[in-house]
Each structure stands twice: as C-alpha cells, then as structure tokens.
Design a protein around this ligand. Structure first.
Ligand code: NAD
Length: 560
C-alpha cells in the first residue's frame, strides 16, 4: 500500500498509508517535516523524531525560501531546490507555486542545462526512471519498479539534444524532471501521476564516455533498427503498464524527433514539445501581433529562417491555422517561405526530408516573386515582402542590419522573432531590432533578454516560452482522456493564449500574458481544448475541478 491518494475535491486530499516513523519521513511525497501535527506524530510513530515546534506550511516555506535565495549561484539554488524536492515534495511545490517567475530559470532553462551537464557530479538521490538497452525484454518490469503506478503523464527524452547543449547522456533526466515540476505548478497535475524518464540509449559524447565518473550507460548510441526496436518495446510497455498516460517526447535530435513523433502518434496520446509546443507559442505571438497591428492573420506573409524541427513545426501549424481560417491550399502555400542552409526550400532543393517537402515552393511561386532558390535573406525580404520574420536557425547575427532595414521599408510594424537559444545564438538582439526599425518592430525572442531603454522608454521583450503551451495541452488531453493529440490542440492553445493578452499588455507591445498567471492560462487552455474537441463546458469544468491540484498537505489515514 504505502501510498494511495484520495481526492476529496480540488483543495482537499487524503492519503491512505501504512508507513510509519522514519519510513514516513523518508518518503518525499509524504514527509511534512516539522508540519506533522501532534495527533499525526502520535498515530504515525513520529514522537521524538522531529523538533518540538509544529510549523505551518507557510512558515516552512518562508524558512526555505530565505535559505535558497541566500545562495548566490543559480546552480546552488538548483541543488537546494532539488534537495527539497527529494525531501519534502509538497513544500517544494508550494515554494515553486508561490515564486514561479523567480524560480523558473532555476528549475528549468537556463540553470537546468548546467545541472544536466554536471549530472554525474551533483547526483544525490533517485527521481524518475532510466531505461537502458540492457533492459530490453523487460521494460515493463522496469516501469513497474516506479513507486507510483497511477501514471497519467510521462516526459521522456533520449538525451541527444538537451536544450542547445547537445548529447548529455544520462544527465538529460534533468529536463523531464524540470518539465514535470512546471507541469505540476502550471497545470496542477499531482506529482504522484507524473513520471520523468531518461531513455538512456548510450551517448556519442566522447567527454562523457571517457569520464570515469559518468553515471550513464557507457556505450555509443543505439541507432537504426536497434533504436526503433527498443523504442517499440518502450511504447508497448507504457501502453500496458500506464494505459491512462499521455507522453511528451522531449529534446530528441531532429530526425528522431520527427520519426518518433510520427511512429507513435496514433498509438499513444503523445506530442513533441520542441516541434508542436514551439509552433503554438510562435503562432500565439503572431496572433497577438495581429491584434497590435490590426491586420488579419490571413494577410500575414511569413519568412522562416531555419527549417529544422522548430521552423518546420511552426510552419506546419501556421498552415493548419490558415486552412481552418478558410484559405485555399494555393494561397496558404504562398504565404510562407522557408530558408535553410541550402537556400529557399523549393522543388529545386536536393534530398529534402519529409517534414520539409510540404513547404517546397514550386517553380511558379519562385517565378511570381522573381526569386532564385539561392537568394540571400536580403533579396528574399526585398521580393517576398514578409510581414513577419522568424529565426530558428541557431545562427547568431543571421538577421543582418540590411535585412531588417529592408523589412521595415515595406511593413509599418514588422513582427520579428529571433527565437534561437540561448541568447548568444539569437539571430539579432532586441535592442538592435528596435534601433534599426526606429522602434516599430514587434519582437519576441526564444531566450529572456534584459529590459533596455529605447528613445527614453523602458522596453520589455516578450519571450516565446513553451511553458505557456505544453501544461495546458497536457491537461486538456488528460481531462479528455485523449487517445491522440493532434494539431487542433495546439491551434486552440495558441488562440487561447493570444486572447489572454490584455489591452494594456498589447499597448506595451507584449505578445504574451504575464507569466505569473501561468496556472490560470494553462487551465483556460485545457478547458478550451476540451470544449473545441466536443466536451460540454460544464463537464470540462467538472473534470478540471476534480483533477487540478494546488500544493497543500493532505490528511493521512493510517492503514494498520
Ligand atoms: P534544428 O537543428 O532542428 O534546426 C536548425 C535549422 O537551421 C537547420 O535545418 C539548419 O540547417 C538551419 N540553419 C542553420 N544555419 C542557417 C542559416 N544561416 N540560415 C538558414 N538556416 C540555417 O534545431 P531546432 O530544434 O529547430 O531549433 C532551432 C533553434 O530554435 C534553436 O536555437 C532552439 O533553441 C530554438 N528554439 C526556440 C524555441 C522557443 O523559442 N520557444 C523552441 C524550440 C527551439
């Protein structure tokens, strides 16, 4: 038994447990530390194991918060928060919930990246699961070892493209842990329903392979058929062990990201945040931009620089949205132009991946705009006259001054989104974009940039953070008990997100609502997805009330 969660309602929970004494104190999801009441101390054999004072969760939270912010280095704050999560999980969520904007860069990017790099050095306590090729034939058995079995949400990575940091081997587990922590805070998914998972199929990172302290499966990466046989067994085991779970694929390298998504999308309710979440957050930015400029979405012309996972994911969703808004196939084709290292994606491009083919311009469009397939960015802007320029190339400085001067010549308020991360890879800095366009550009970036002064005013730059999207999509899929998560979920999420930007924010050129409202935003996205998928608003609300959890200690019911 050990742990059985019973929900009375959104704010009241009870837990049945047969654990006592030190066993109870050592389970992070059960340990209340100094907040155990006198009665609980008596009943659960805790007398003498805790200091005398009985704290409220607010007192504990203040004590821990003060302790964490005394640490100067973000990585030390990460370690302190991680230790708290492994000691008293509900207190961890309470602190994260109350200080989300402050701690998001610690539990997630950028600090989590450093923690993944330092994984073998800072590893303290188990959390999540590692599945390696040695488990082939018994992956179900491994899944059953997890201490919770009513799993509804899995975030899984094969660690090959962790943030912008590449192949980090087993250390990549920090990403699913961080994302699920944000899921719990943003969408109220109780931690006992979540599973962070590293598909540790080896690493091609020579530094890790030769590091005697490396904790992962010390082999070159599994590739080709062996990789997919392993993934097939993993997916089958998830279906068998956790039939109610949805799965988020996270930080896979480009080709595997697309193949894994497509291969399992119809078998398992699953999505890839790097492709589909990014697409929705970019679409929301454009929809908000349309509210600022007063121009309809159907009239936007988008030039995408970088046709990888993010670039093609965004382009695909834009096309879907134009289609549902009534544009004809030939119109929506000509609304978007993708430029990659080979030049403009067109029928002239060689060896196009499947995900790129749907954007390859035919000769007739190249002719219409008098463009050659190897046109420079400046020339493409000059002739295609985009209203919106998006960068997902990872190339610092790709948006040159000349190209920005050109877009500003023919668009009064161009939307310019250099989305590449981290800031050192951004296609242009927001400050340059403001100066080059004389303050007319509507800017969103992938990474956070500091405020700056332009023309005597303080400029705050919108950050297209995927956290605005995936918790709401995940929660929507869960209350729908979805068996498949398709593009419509992401289009709804983007539309809802854009609709939540206030008039005051739009006046300040903000494309996204304040991050401090993340819970409200995620729940609204989930509700709108459920209703768009055919659920009645009343039923959606009832399910959300039943599902969404806010960090609070439960009452314990002893079982022996
Ligand atoms: P990727 O490697 O799949 O794609 C990058 C693409 O850019 C490749 O196709 C590459 O050929 C192309 N490219 C490289 N140099 C170029 C150039 N000079 N001109 C045109 N194309 C060029 O990577 P990805 O997963 O698509 O991510 C791309 C960038 O987007 C990363 O920096 C990532 O951090 C960022 N990103 C941002 C968000 C967000 O803002 N929410 C989300 C996901 C990814």
């Amino acid at each position: 038994m050990q742990y059985q969660l019973i929900k009375k309602n959104q704010s009241e929970h009870e837990v049945n447990t047969d654990l006592k004494g030190i066993d109870l104190l050592s389970r992070p999801l059960l340990n209340k530390g100094s907040a155990f009441t006198s009665e609980e101390r008596e009943v659960f054999g805790l007398l003498g194991l805790l200091p005398s004072h009985i704290s409220t969760i607010e007192e504990q939270s203040k004590r821990m918060y003060d302790e964490i912010i005394r640490k100067d280095r973000p990585l030390d704050q990460f370690i302190a928060l991680n230790a708290l999560q492994n000691r008293n999980e509900i207190l961890f969520y309470k602190i994260l919930y109350d200080h989300l904007v402050e701690f998001m860069p610690i539990v997630y990017t950028p600090t989590v990246g450093l923690a993944c790099q330092e994984f073998s050095r800072i590893f303290r306590k188990v959390r999540g699961l590692w599945i390696t090729p040695e488990h082939r034939g018994s992956i179900s058995k491994v899944l059953k070892n997890y201490p919770f079995q009513d799993i509804r949400l899995i975030v899984a990575t094969d660690n090959e493209r962790i943030l912008g940091l590449g192949d980090l081997g087993a250390g990549g587990i920090g990403i699913p842990i961080g994302k699920l922590s944000l899921y719990t805070v943003a969408a109220g998914i109780h931690p006992c329903h979540t599973l962070p998972l590293s598909l540790d199929v080896g690493t091609d990172n020579e530094e890790l392979l030769s590091n005697p302290l490396y904790l992962g499966w010390r082999h070159p990466r599994l590739r080709g058929q062996d990789y997919y046989a392993f993934m097939d067994e993993f997916v089958e085991s998830v279906e068998k062990c956790f039939p109610k779970a949805i799965l988020q694929w996270e930080d896979f390298k480009k080709q595997n990201a697309f193949t894994v998504l497509q291969r399992y999308q119809s078998r398992l309710a699953s999505f890839n945040d790097d492709i589909q979440g990014t697409a929705a957050v970019a679409l929301a930015g454009i929809l908000s931009g349309c509210r600022i400029t007063g121009t309809p979405f159907k009239d936007q012309r988008v030039l995408m620089v970088g046709a990888g996972a993010a670039g093609t994911g965004i382009s695909h969703l834009l096309k879907q949205k134009w289609k549902t808004d009534g544009l004809k196939e030939n119109e929506l084709f000509g609304n978007i132009l993708l430029k990659d290292t080979q030049g403009i994606l067109s029928t002239h491009s060689k060896d196009l991946d499947d995900n790129k083919k749907e954007f390859a311009w035919p000769e007739s469009l190249l002719k219409k705009y008098d463009l050659s397939p190897d046109a420079s960015l400046l020339e493409a802007i000059e002739k295609f006259k985009p209203t919106c320029l998006i960068g997902t190339s990872g190339q610092v400085g790709a948006f040159t001054k000349n190209s920005i001067l050109e877009i500003a010549k023919h668009t009064k308020q161009p939307m310019i989104f250099p989305l590449s991360n981290p800031t050192s890879h951004s296609e242009a800095t927001p400050k340059d974009l403001m100066e080059w366009t004389q303050g007319r550009a509507i800017v969103a970036t992938g990474s956070p940039f500091d405020e700056f002064i332009y023309n005597g005013s303080t400029i705050r730059i919108s950050q297209g953070n995927n956290v605005y999207i995936y918790p709401g999509v995940g929660l929507g899929a869960l209350i729908l008990e979805a068996t498949r998560i398709d593009d419509a979920y992401f289009a709804t999420a983007a539309t809802t997100l854009a609709s939540l930007v206030s008039k005051e924010d739009l006046e300040a050129m903000q494309l996204y609502p304040d991050l401090s409202k993340l819970r409200e935003i995620s729940v609204k996205i989930a509700h709108d997805i459920a209703v768009d998928q055919g659920m009645s608003p009343l039923e959606s609300q009832r399910r959300l009330d039943n599902f969404v959890w806010t960090p609070k200690y439960p009452r314990y019911i002893p079982q022996n």
